[in-house]
Design a protein. Structure first.
Length: 200
């Protein structure tokens, strides 16, 4: 369940909070790279966080950010992965990284190019919009961190700043991120630095 939001006086609108939206595979946990392309782990045993992720997330939360995972898991929609396995990974993630307030998942397979795209499937920003509505988030003060072009496009469409973790995959970015780093810890450091600078 999402963490509780600060209470507001009766009749007052709750304060909007900044967020950091996080891709999952290749951002928080190790991805499986085959022929230059990343893939998610297939079993809970393969689900392994990158070093420093819990500490970096704790620092972001301490700085006032709400942390929201936004992940495409199309293999479930394609029938090649069990939703129960994905949910077990998210339970493990929440256990290892208690600073995470919410996990948004899109299971749409994304294979039918003739059908309208699912609004929650990145690069569309539906998962970010849904989380913002549920948690009273201020997208104008928020960030998106990810390792794929879909993450960067999604963040830009939602109006948030973007940090790209560059693993040198065999795919091109379609939009220019605000920052490029080599690890999640480095991405968190950028966000914390930029936030401190903006606050003077």
């Amino acid at each position: 369940m999402p963490s509780a939001l600060p209470s507001s006086p009766a009749g007052a609108r709750p304060e909007l909070l900044p967020a950091v939206f996080l891709d999952r595979d290749g951002t928080l946990n190790r991805q499986v790279v085959r022929e230059g392309k990343p893939y998610p782990p297939q079993t809970l045993a393969q689900f392994e966080l990158f070093p420093g992720v819990p500490d970096a997330c704790a620092q972001l939360a301490a700085a006032g950010f709400v942390l929201v995972v936004a992940t495409n898991q199309p293999d479930v929609g394609r029938g090649t992965q069990s939703q129960a396995v994905v949910e077990s990974m998210h339970a493990r993630l929440r256990q290892l990284v208690p600073a995470i307030s919410r996990v948004e998942v899109c299971y749409a397979p994304g294979l039918d190019k003739t059908a309208p795209p699912d609004r929650r499937r990145k690069p569309l920003p539906g998962m970010l919009h849904d989380a913002a509505g549920a948690l009273n988030l201020d997208l104008t003060r928020s960030w998106m961190v990810g390792d794929r072009w879909r993450d960067i496009d999604c963040g830009q469409r939602a109006g948030v700043r973007t940090v790209f973790i560059d693993f040198g995959y065999a795919e091109e970015l379609r939009a220019a991120p605000d920052f490029i780093v080599k690890s999640f810890s480095a991405a968190a450091a950028v966000i914390l630095r930029e936030t401190a600078a903006s606050r003077g």
